[in-house]
Design a protein around this ligand. Structure first.
Ligand code: ADP
Ligand code: MG
Length: 238
């Protein structure tokens, strides 16, 4: 335990919550399949980043997580890699419809970046990733969703539009990520986020990532996450 505390301190990692899994040093400790390890290597990722060292084992254990770390720290892989594991763990993956993983991001650019990263790790498994954001034909996205996607990466407004159009159902969604939550609030997406969360079954795993943790984001996190583990890397603004 003391060794774990020292290791965290050395990496400027702070955690709160009970029974927090200990941080890893290598991707090999995650129990990833050969295919996923291959995809990680292909991306040029040799070692997990600091946030990944602590967030990966927690997310893989099935816990809800609040992850706070600055931009560029590798948060995307911290939620995308466990999402692939979560999806492949579904006993009846071939059956049912609608996404299992739902990732919300504040802007089209950010959603597109996540989409590209998710596709790289999803590819070896044939997991289909759908992109749902503005500036792209809604009809094309409607068709893509209708054809079937195990993962949807979305901006909140467009996702709500497509939900209203019944392009997808959230019945199977059990892994929800709210990325850059602070920016989603700054852009006024709180009502849309609440609406989306309200359509996803409560026994989901929920992950919230943010560079800062203002009170409004904190309040939402308390409402929609269950017994979350909070992981903070470095200094954090409010
Ligand atoms: P954040 O979401 O925290 O801003 P990103 O997930 O966008 O950060 O990652 C920032 C950059 O670091 C990306 O170019 C990504 O490919 C790269 N990256 C992520 N994880 C690793 C890793 N383990 N090793 C090397 N590079 C990584
Ligand atoms: Mg990010």
């Amino acid at each position: 335990e003391e060794e774990v505390a020292e290791y965290r301190k050395g990496l400027a990692i702070r955690v709160s919550g009970f029974d927090v899994p200990k941080p890893i040093k290598l991707f090999e400790e995650c129990g990833f399949s050969t295919a996923l390890m291959g995809a990680i290597t292909k991306q040029g990722y040799e070692k997990p980043t600091t946030i990944q060292c602590q967030a990966l084992p927690i997310v893989l254990s099935g816990r809800d997580v609040i992850g706070i770390a600055k931009t560029g720290s590798g948060k995307t892989a911290a939620f995308v890699l466990p999402m692939i594991v979560h999806i492949m763990d579904q006993p009846e993956l071939g059956k049912g419809e609608g996404p299992i993983g739902v990732i919300c991001a504040p802007t089209r650019e950010l959603a597109h970046q996540i989409y590209l990263e998710a596709k790289k790790f999803a590819k070896p498994y044939g997991i289909r990733v759908g992109a749902v954001y503005g500036g792209v034909s809604k009809l094309d996205q409607f068709k893509e969703l209708k054809a079937g996607c195990e993962v949807v990466v979305a901006t909140p407004g467009r996702l709500i539009d497509l939900l209203k159009m019944k392009a997808l159902t959230m019945l199977r969604a059990t892994y929800l990520v709210l990325d850059e939550a602070d920016r989603m609030f700054d852009l006024g997406f709180e009502p849309q986020i609440r609406s989306i969360v309200g359509q996803i079954r409560p026994d989901r795993q929920t992950l919230l990532f943010s560079a800062t943790m203002p009170y409004k984001v904190e309040r939402l996190a308390r409402e929609i996450l269950s017994d979350p583990v909070r992981v903070t890397v470095g200094e954090v603004g409010m």
